[in-house]
Ligand binder design. Structure first.
Ligand SMILES: [Zn+2]
Length: 118
């Protein structure tokens, strides 16, 4: 599957460019970038997903924002699809606290969902 080297979204075969970043996709991401990343939060607003990514990165947590809608339906759904936020498995607790605080502060809306651990 091709990936965007900027936002690391996964796309279906045949897609050449990331719709969000306007950069050419790469065939694979380096192994260490994806290993041990856990999706822990889903947002239904792509702007908000970006804000969440910034909040996490300001705290030194590398966040991946995955657009599941565009990986299944590259042209029809686009930016209205759910985004899933992934962080390193050892950062999930910290990232969860940061998002909860940002919701209390009103920095992000309470519309997203934490993804339950299986
Ligand atoms: Zn991208």
């Amino acid at each position: 599957m091709p990936f965007c080297p900027e936002c690391q979204a996964e796309y279906t075969e045949g897609v050449a460019k990331c719709a969000d970043c306007d950069v050419a996709l790469v065939p694979t991401l380096p192994e260490e970038d994806l290993r041990d990343f856990v999706e822990f939060y889903a947002s239904f607003d792509w702007l908000e997903a970006g804000r969440i990514g910034s909040i996490l990165e300001q705290s030194g947590i590398k966040a991946l924002i995955r657009d599941l809608a565009s990986s299944s339906f590259p042209t029809s759904v686009g930016r209205t699809g759910a985004k899933r936020i992934a962080v390193g498995a050892d950062k999930v607790e910290e990232a969860t606290q940061l998002i909860k605080m940002a919701i209390v502060d009103g920095g992000i809306s309470p519309d997203g969902r934490f993804i339950e651990k299986k």
